[in-house]
Design a protein around this ligand. Sequence first.
Ligand code: ADP
Ligand code: MG
Length: 340
Amino acid sequence: MDIGIDLGTANTLLYARGQGIVLNEPSVVAVQEGSRHALAVGTEAKETIGRTPGSITAIRPLRDGVISDYEAAEEMIRHFVRKAVPGRRRPRTRMVVCVPSGVTQVERRAIVHASLSAGARAVHLIEEPMAAAIGAGLPVSDPRGSMVVDIGGGTTEVAVISLGGIVTAQSLRVGGDRLDAAITDFVRKEHSLLIGERTAEDVKVAIGTAWPVPGEEEREGRTFTVRGREKVSGLPRTVELTVPEVRAALDEPVEAIIAAVRVTLEECPPELSGDVMEHGIVLTGGGALLPGLDLRMASATGIPVFVADEPLDCVALGSGRCVEDFDGLQRVLGKAETVR
Ligand code: ADP
Ligand code: MG
């Protein structure tokens, strides 16, 4: 069975030919210290973050968009493929694996190696922004510039695509994790409260915004209560956070994402940036779900911005399109290294 893999810094998705997305789990591995033995992978392992006893560590093998832990990454891929693909079909599997546009040759080889050891017969690597654009339904093969901004957990990838290739791209290490960290820092400084990264993510998803959204003024009055540890006394305490203060907390990383979009537009050949002006920018990845990010980016660039349907699934669906049509998308897959 042929499969597509979106190996994300936050979530890994598997697409099986003829079936669609068959697996969607956090990119987390819980290991026993010393032995390196994986105790849990995926959803089960994410539950352990911040709650593990000293001897168990929850690892995110791709944390900053690069493979920070090879062994754990390999273990994770193997585990997910085994879970999604029946054993007797695995030896014939061709895999299309999406990698961040910034990965090094060594990392590419590590991903190919991990995929082969997970049972693949052939491995094609495809750049993430390309997969995101295909999954978002952009006409990537046309002689027309399309801009996609994929905001993941560890990285944001900004790319302009035309004629099946990436014309110009930026990969920055600012994504959902940095938004979470900005909330953690804000709560520590302004409220003297220490909160965990899971809590910060909960705050972001519940009441985070990048810009006030017209027609949704009701949101501005919402609050979210967080539980943490008082910095000085060390005792548990709760604090009520408001929408405007969380927006202020997110300001810096949000501006960094918008700045990367501006730089990419500046580097883009004029004909293609004209196309982008006309057709707009498309946002994918979990960060695209932050309310008001599209409006703020549109206001900052003067270009219409659209959030893709199901932004969290775009990269997996794009890799899926390649899996369904290896020949038709050979042009996109052409530069990928294939191992037989
Ligand atoms: P990756 O491709 O790096 O695995 P994803 O595209 O899966 O990343 O996106 C994961 C990120 O999206 C996480 O940082 C998560 O907190 C964030 N996210 C998910 N839902 C929302 C939401 N509703 N609002 C803001 N951020 C969100
Ligand atoms: Mg992604």
